[in-house]
Design a protein around this ligand. Structure first.
Ligand code: DGY
Length: 313
């Protein structure tokens, strides 16, 4: 078994109980070339969303590979069809990161609507300021319309939090929500974009959602609206987003994920109407440990001939 990154002890304990574990010597994610070398002959790969698991990597691993356990709920980095062709199981880590990601979404939503990043930058730059009736006014959330694109576990967790702030919640999704989902109006995407004060993305990255938020979608939003993205960067056409902000087509954006991570579109960086965080959605100590342990349980289950807890597909 190969790990593309060192894991917390609790996850390693799950794995060493069933397999010989090859742990990276370096305390950072392996690079693509290093991973290609390390994976040769492995029966299991526990990997990160940074690792591209494609035909080339699967060929480098060899036919004995049984499982790719991705430490993320998103698995757009894994060519699931190529794995299926080879009989390799793919697993992800849903559930354990729902609250952390929903919490960060609210942090971004509050941060961009109340100009938290902008205020922080103003103070650090030593610029003069003083309390005034119209100084740095933001947008209140009570009564504002939140439009969720995607209404899975994370979208629903965001809906619960937003309801506590008095927001009116709507969603656009391919299927109606289950009966136990928080109450929210289901709208066609075009109507959701046109009517929301905040649009927050919670869909997976697929060929169908790549650049879902493009120039036309941005143009259809309210000029006073905000965009929040804690899903995947390429769901948004970043060049179109920069142009839309420049043209005043929307008021601001808060982004945790980027089209070409870790690179940032240069047009985003200098803008005060943009709040940026470096893919921190699941970044709590507890959540990252839970993700690693779940991935380890998935890999261990496949290696011992059992059904993994959270398979993909
Ligand atoms: C995921 O699990 O897909 C998240 O992006 C990790 O932070």
């Amino acid at each position: 078994m190969v790990l593309s990154r060192r894991l917390p002890d609790a996850a390693v304990a799950v794995l060493t109980a069933v397999a010989d574990v090859h742990r990276p010597e370096v305390d950072r994610p392996l690079g693509a070339e290093e991973l290609r070398t390390a994976v040769a002959g492995a029966d299991a790969l526990v990997c990160l969303l940074l690792d591209r698991v494609d035909d080339a990597l699967l060929d480098a691993a060899g036919p004995q590979l049984k499982v790719v356990a991705n430490i993320a709920v998103g698995y757009d980095n894994v060519d699931v069809e190529a794995c299926r062709r080879r009989g390799v199981r793919v697993t992800n880590t849903p559930g354990v990161l729902t609250d952390a990601t929903a919490d960060l979404t609210l942090a971004l939503l509050l941060g961009i609507t109340r100009r938290v990043g902008e205020g922080d930058r103003l103070l650090r730059a030593g610029r003069s300021w003083g309390w005034d009736l119209d100084f740095m006014l933001g947008t209140g959330l009570r009564g504002a319309r939140l439009g969720l694109v995607g209404y899975g576990a994370i979208g629903q967790a965001v809906a619960r939090r937003a309801a506590a702030f008095g927001m009116h919640v709507a969603y656009a999704a391919r299927h109606p929500a289950a009966a136990d989902a928080p109450p929210a109006e289901r709208l066609p995407l075009a109507d959701l974009l046109a009517s929301s004060d905040v649009v927050s993305l919670h869909c997976p990255l697929t060929p169908g959602t790549r650049h879902l938020v493009d120039a036309a979608a941005l143009r259809s939003m309210r000029p006073t609206a905000f965009l929040v993205n804690t899903a995947r960067g390429p769901v948004v056409d970043e060049a179109a987003l920069v142009a839309a902000l420049e043209a005043g087509e929307i008021r601001g954006a808060a982004l945790d994920v980027f089209e070409d991570e870790p690179a940032l579109h240069p047009g985003l960086v200098g803008r005060d109407d943009v709040l940026l965080t470096p893919h921190l959605g699941s970044a709590t100590v507890q959540t990252r440990e839970a993700m690693a342990v779940l991935a380890a349980r998935n890999a261990a289950a496949v290696l011992t001939g059992q059904e993994p807890p959270t398979p993909v597909g």
